[in-house]
Each structure stands twice: as C-alpha cells, then as structure tokens.
Design a binder for this molecule. Structure first.
Ligand code: GDP
Length: 504
C-alpha cells in the first residue's frame, strides 16, 4: 500500500511546500486593462486582505476599522488614501473570504472609475498598507493552483481564454478552464492508481493466499481499457491544438499567380505588395485573421520556381518550403489558364496535378502528408465560360478571380474555405474535450508506453519481477500527474505561468 500512499501524498507535498514560501504576503494589482475605461477592477489576495480593505475605507467613517463585510456582497463605499486621508474615489467593494475565493485565500475586489489617475492613487494607497506588495504576472492564478483550486489544465485553459481571439477558441478555452480536461485526466489517474494499489496488494498478500489470482487478470483488463481510451483521445488529428494555435495556412505557388492578391482578398486589406513583377515577395508575410470564428495564420510566401540564380529569391524559396512543413493547410495557387487541360472526368486529376507540381519544385510529397493541400485556380476572369465550367467540375479545387471577384464566386470560395477550417479545428464539445497542448500529447504517449511495458512483461504463466512491474505503473500515473500538475514540475510551471498578465 506504500505505493498508493506515495502517489496520493505527492499532491499535498507540492502544495504545502510552495504555499509556505510565498503566501504569507498579500498581493494586489489592477486586474482589468491599463487603459481609460468606465470601470477598473483592483484585486487583493492574502491573509491581510481584510485589514487592507478596512484601511482603505476607514478614513471616511469612525467605525471603518470594525467594518464586517458579508461574503460576495457588493458595498458602495468611498475609498481613501490611508496616509493622506484624502478621498480617492467612490466605488464598489466585494469581499471573498477564503477558501471560497478564486485563490482559496481571503480576497477582495475594488471596482473604481477606470481613469489612470484613480488607478494610480488606489495602487499607491494599497502600497501603503502593511504586508501588501504588488502581484507578479499570473500570481493570482498561481495561488489558485497551489491552493488546489485549479489543476494545470484549468490554469492553461484560463490563459487560453484570456488570449482567445475567435469564438471557437473561446468555447474550447472555456471548456478547459472549467475542468473538462481536468476531470478526464483525473479519472484516468485514479483508475491507474487503483490498478497500482491492487498490484501492491497482490505483491504483499498473494503468497498468503488472501488475494485471488483473478486480481491480476482484472487489472490487465482495466489497464487495457484505460489505454484504449487514451489512444482514442490521442487520435484527434490535432484539432484542439490547431484551434488553439490558429490554422497555419501557407499560400504557395509560382511567381505572379496571385498569391499576394489572394492574401489581400482574404484579409480585406493590403497586407502584401501586389505587382506584375515576378519575385516581389521574398520573405514570409504572416497575418492572423478571424475567419468565421476560426483563427487562421496566413503566410504569403516567395514564388516557387525551379530555376533561379538570385540568392535572395533562393533563400525566399527555402523559407517557403519550411513554411509548408510547419503548416496545417496549404493553398497552392495556380494561374487558371494553366489548369484548363485538367480532365474533369478523372477524379484524381487535381491530386495528380498537385503531386507533379510539388515534385517539379523538388518539394518532397512527404512534407505534405499530414496536411490538407487545396489547389486554388486564380485569374478565372481570364477564362472562357466553358473553360471555367470545366474547372468547376473538378473536385478538390477552389476557383476565384482575386482581381475581379464576383460576389457569388467570393461567397462560394469563402464558404469552401470555412468548411475546410471547420474540418481542421472540429467543434469543441464538453463531452469530448481535446488535447490543446503538445505537452499533454507527449505525456499521454509516454503513459501508454509505460502501460504497454507492464502489459508485455506480464504473461499469465510467467511471473515478472513484481517490483519492476509496479514501477512501470507508477510511471504511467506520473505522466498524467505531470499534465495536471499533481507532481512537482517546476520546469512546466515556469512555462505555463509566463503567459499570464499581471492581475490574473
Ligand atoms: P504573386 O507574385 O503570386 O504574389 O502575385 P501577385 O498577387 O503579386 O499578382 C501578380 C499579378 O497578377 C498582378 O499584376 C496582379 O494584379 C495580377 N492578378 C492577381 N490576381 C489576378 C486575377 O484574378 N486576375 C487577373 N487578371 N490578374 C490578377
């Protein structure tokens, strides 16, 4: 049973260790943005919160120091500087006693008028209160984590929610910040811990025949079941990660086919220079765009051609190839006039064209294996009607004239692109939370490896070294705990909290 105790105690150990180092201080900071606005929120958290809030309202009333706020109730109060006794502003005060607060500590919020002068005076006033110091970036959330209020996936979901730029990103981040992934990973963790505990019991008592041999069979069944669920979770085409990071979309093609024109049309502004001269775009031009609720990072690249002696153009082409490698979606732009020979009766003619095109440019097909490649036939305004109709019969092709787009053609093009983005990002659903960070994927893959080693070691008639087998199970639990933050992982914490702003 020592194993089980070790595992469950690790959670408490890390929290106690961290909490004792820093939570003696009470922290404060502006939690809303540092801009002029109607209302600004200043937050406090820590043991001296109540004394501080009393000090801020005390100068205005005789009994300010006895003020006993009710939890989570808004009070309209005047706020004073504790040294100069001057009134700073009149606003709302909310008291959140621990542990039922965001951080788990005593906390409060001042809602004041959002002028830079009011904010500065309030922060100065709080700085004068005993035992208070300004919060560091992410420190409120860090305290919530160490106070056991959030696990690391919820912390990261919160960071994603703060940074969300599109509707689909918001939905996914909200699900994660409210514990959808935390619950899933914790259920696997608990099941693995139970398996480990059964194995320990078997090691301890099997010889005394107090435990039936069927225990190990049940255990391997349960491990196989957990493994299958994790595998299913991993088999997600990276939809959650793509949505979180934005669909990296690379616009490639020969010089002068209209790549920059396409980017400008999609972004509805002049992002890239358009000229009749070949080789204008030398470097990668990247721009983020909200496309029907999906975040897209468009990258316009240098024109790809087989032969050039221009060193800058060569470097541009090299970067374009790298960009292809890092993308999720590739829009391969071609001049529609060059595509009129494609045979619409052949279902694979576009696929063959793409393969030949990439091959001619020395772009290894393997580079595009896990990506969606869409052929974009641009300059359709230069085609005869029957040529255009023939092109439109092909599958896996988008047709457009970036120079003279008709409203109908543009809507059709945008709709097709949006469907593609939908497929790449999927839809965030509470019952099916997705992997949003590469580190989750890596740890889950490792977890499966450890389970596999355990399962392959154990054969019904062969008795492996049970202590080593138990070690494998313990490591599989550790992998999940590194995701959720149940075990000490300072390296991960540094990365997670560095993305937070002050006041969160
Ligand atoms: P890039 O080198 O592939 O980025 O191509 P650009 O976007 O710079 O365009 C090259 C030239 O093709 C410019 O003169 C554009 O005005 C022209 N062009 C772009 N799109 C169209 C189109 O749909 N129809 C026609 N006729 N010309 C276009």
């Amino acid at each position: 049973m020592a194993l089980l105790r070790n595992i469950s105690n690790s959670f408490c150990r890390i929290f106690q260790r961290q909490a004792s180092s820093d939570s003696a201080c009470t922290i404060y900071s502006l939690s809303s943005g540092h801009v002029k606005c109607g209302v600004s929120v200043i937050r406090l958290s820590g043991p001296r919160t109540k004394q501080a809030l009393r000090a801020i309202i005390a100068s205005g009333s005789e009994n300010g120091f006895e003020f006993e706020p009710k939890p989570r109730q808004a009070y309209l109060k005047s706020f004073y500087h504790p040294v100069s006794k001057e009134m700073i502003d009149r606003g709302l005060l909310l008291w959140f006693p621990g542990p039922a607060s965001f951080t788990g500590e005593d906390a409060c919020e001042f809602q004041v008028h959002g002028s830079l002068a009011v904010i500065a005076a309030m922060l100065d006033a709080l700085g004068q209160c005993d035992g208070l110091r300004p919060a560091k970036p992410g420190e409120f959330t860090k305290r919530a984590f160490f106070g056991g209020k959030l696990d690391l996936t919820e912390v990261e979901g919160l960071a994603d929610l703060i940074h969300a730029e599109t509707e689909a990103q918001r939905k996914q981040a909200l699900l994660q910040s409210t514990g959808a992934l935390a619950r899933l990973y914790d259920s696997w963790r608990k099941r693995l811990i139970r398996c480990a505990a059964h194995l320990e019991a078997y090691i301890d008592f099997a010889e005394e025949e107090q435990i039936e041999g069927g225990v190990i069979l049940q255990l391997t069944r349960e491990l196989n079941a957990v493994k299958a669920e994790i595998k299913d979770h991993l088999n997600d085409q990276r939809q959650g990660e793509i949505l979180r990071d934005g669909v990296r979309t690379c616009i490639v093609g020969a010089p002068n086919v209209g790549k920059s024109s396409l980017l400008n049309m999609l972004c509805q502004r002049s992002v890239s220079i358009v000229t009749p001269l070949a080789g204008t775009t030398r470097d990668i031009i990247e721009t983020m765009h909200n496309f029907g609720g999906y975040p897209v990072v468009f990258a316009d690249t240098a024109g790809l051609r087989r032969q050039t002696s221009d060193a800058i153009e060569l470097e541009g082409m090299q970067r374009a190839k790298q960009c292809i490698n890092q993308s999720d979606l590739i829009l391969l732009v071609a001049d529609a006039r060059e595509l009129t020979t494609l045979d619409s009766s052949q279902s694979k003619s576009v696929t063959y064209y793409i393969e030949k095109y990439l091959n001619d440019l020395d772009i290894p097909l393997a580079l595009c294996n896990d990506k969606v490649v869409k052929l974009v036939a641009n300059k359709t305004d230069t085609l005869k009607t029957d040529e255009l109709e023939n092109l439109q019969k092909l599958s896996n092709i988008l047709t457009i004239s970036c120079l003279k787009p008709t409203n109908e053609a543009l809507q059709e093009f945008l709709h097709a692109l949006e469907l593609q983005l939908q497929q790449l990002c999927g839809a965030p659903r509470a019952e099916h939370p997705r992997i949003t960070h590469m580190r989750y994927r890596q740890q889950l893959e490792r977890c499966i490896e450890h389970i596999d080693i355990f399962l392959s070691d154990y054969k019904p008639d062969v008795y492996p070294d049970m202590a080593i087998a138990a070690q494998k199970l313990r490591q599989s639990v550790r992998c999940i705990e590194r995701i959720t933050g149940h075990v000490s992982c300072e390296d991960i914490l540094d990365v997670v909290f560095k993305d937070f702003c002050i006041g969160k």
